[in-house]
Ligand binder design. Structure first.
Ligand code: MRU
Length: 358
């Protein structure tokens, strides 16, 4: 992905020092572009837990490299896996990457070499899957554009762009692909309280790519849909059951309800690493709860150009911070995967992934 004319990914190995993993510290965006070095398992675990990196596939890639850093430190890999898995409970790509590492490196004597190779494989697989999601999802946007004058208006929630996935994105990959093909698009960007991933990250990404967009407060989507101002909703997911229930950033469910009520198609874009092949009901997905300071304080740039946190609420009021919600499969028009688009149900998913379940 292009940032001020330079190609970046969400995570990479330093060219001169293969023991150094680098990330964009997303806590400072859009105001400061800061690259952080990860040198130890603890660095990787903290980067995931405190959301220097976030978004399910990027969490997976970071955990993959976390296992490599653990191997360099001669830490037992089972122990490293437990530590990484405990950082964020909802995004299943984390367990996918860590388990891949454990399986792949079990019988290898040179753990560092084996975990390095596997971390690179994990990362490349994520990138390739997201590229394909872009191609499949782009056709949906193209179909809508053929039937209307003016841009296709797409609403998205949170950040499911290249920052969340190493490259391309999931929900935004079709948007980038459509825009690059010359299809007119405009994106409604939900601000996504409490951490404002939409207002801070999605808006920044779209701006870098030159894609027309408008940031809206989280509660605006329903109104826009009622007035024919949204042609489709596309979101990402942190975990989708093999029956099609979708866990994603808190507030996604309300968008899906509004979309259903107004007949706006509601799509979820995901690579196969985000499927939960064991859980049948979304109600059984663990929902992460984070600290109340994320709700009570808000971060921005002050007049001197520095990042500042300010208290938004009465100091003594308690706040609850549920990070994700579950959208039942019946509200989802379709899933955009690297293998194509399918219905959000057991049968549709099984047709695309016959080797996985059943
Ligand atoms: O808490 P976050 O910022 O990690 O949540 C991210 C999301 O909810 C994304 O929509 C999801 O991980 C999909 S990223 C392609």
């Amino acid at each position: 992905m292009n940032v001020d004319g330079k190609q970046y990914r969400g995570i990479w190995v330093n060219e001169r020092d293969k023991k150094l993993i680098q990330i964009i510290d997303q806590r400072h965006l859009p105001h400061k572009f800061i690259i952080e070095d990860l040198k130890t398992l603890d660095d990787a675990a903290i980067a995931i837990k405190d959301m220097h990196v976030r978004g399910a596939p990027l969490i997976g890639a970071t955990a993959g490299y976390g296992m490599y850093l653990a191997a360099l430190e001669c830490i037992d890999l089972e122990e490293a896996a437990r530590k990484l898995k405990s950082t964020r409970p909802t995004a299943i790509d984390l367990a996918w990457a860590v388990d891949w590492q454990l399986k792949e490196t079990k019988d290898k004597t040179d753990k560092a070499a084996a975990t390095f190779e596997t971390a690179n494989k994990i990362t490349e697989e994520i990138v390739e899957q997201c590229r394909k999601i872009g191609q499949h999802g782009m056709k949906l946007i193209e179909d809508i554009s053929r039937k209307k004058e003016g841009p296709v208006n797409i609403l998205t929630h949170c950040n499911a762009g290249w920052l969340a996935t190493v490259d391309y994105g999931t929900a935004t990959a079709p948007i980038y692909a459509a825009f690059d093909k010359g299809i007119k698009v405009h994106v409604w960007v939900d601000e996504t309280r409490p951490r404002n991933q939409g207002a801070r990250l999605t808006a920044w990404e779209l701006l870098q790519h030159g894609i027309p967009h408008t940031i809206i407060a989280d509660n605006v989507g329903g109104h826009l849909m009622q007035h024919g101002m949204v042609d489709m909703v596309v979101v990402g997911t942190d975990r989708t059951t093999y029956t099609g229930d979708v866990a994603n950033k808190i507030g996604t469910y309300l968008k899906a309800l509004a979309a259903k009520d107004t007949n706006v198609p509601f799509y979820v874009a995901l690579p196969s690493s985000t499927f939960d092949w064991k859980t049948s009901s979304g109600m059984d997905i663990p929902i992460e709860q984070r600290g109340d300071e994320e709700v009570k304080y808000i971060q921005g740039k002050d007049n001197s150009g520095e990042l500042t946190k300010v208290l938004l609420t009465p100091e003594k009021s308690p706040a609850a911070n549920y990070a994700f919600d579950v959208t039942p499969a019946r509200l989802v028009t379709g899933l955009i995967t690297e293998r194509g688009v399918c219905g959000a149900d057991k049968e549709g998913i099984k047709k695309l992934y016959p080797e996985k379940n059943g």
